[in-house]
Write a protein that binds this ligand. Structure first.
Ligand code: AMP
Length: 121
């Protein structure tokens, strides 16, 4: 999807957060929810999203977002460890816009692991 700062509350992750679409949640706290990707690209593929209406993509974050993004990365490392990925390693991915293949306009972090993932692109 093109980069667009306007948040569309009908996006699939907003609907998952509202409980309108089922998901297999693996983690949640006051700020974040994590669930399994519906089309996993690796044996473990989890999507970690902020609650509420976050920036639509990495390109639309501001200085005010840096604290919670740090906490989101920290939560991702805890989730990866809980999924058994700490020993062999894993990949955290933030897609941004069309060339990265971003399809959902609600900032999200991919947690990928469970096999050797190969080159980044
Ligand atoms: P991105 O390409 O970074 O925008 O990632 C969006 C991800 O959301 C893709 O990996 C999709 O497979 C995943 N996805 C789309 N719909 C759902 C859903 N209903 N439940 C779980 N994951 C989904």
């Amino acid at each position: 999807m093109p980069i667009d700062a306007r948040y569309d509350p009908s996006n699939v992750f907003a609907r998952i957060l509202r409980g309108e679409i089922p998901s297999e949640r693996v983690y949640e706290d006051a700020d974040f929810v994590a669930f399994r990707d519906i089309e996993p690209a690796a044996p473990v593929h989890i999507i970690l999203v902020p609650r509420g209406q976050p920036p639509t993509s990495p390109a639309t974050i501001s200085e005010a977002d840096t604290d919670w993004i740090g906490r989101m990365v920290h939560a991702a490392t805890r989730i990866a460890a809980a999924q058994g990925l700490a020993e062999r390693g894993y990949r955290l991915v933030l897609n941004c816009g069309d060339d990265a293949g971003q399809t959902v306009g609600h900032l999200h972090l991919h947690i990928l692991g469970g096999r050797a993932l190969g080159p980044v692109a």
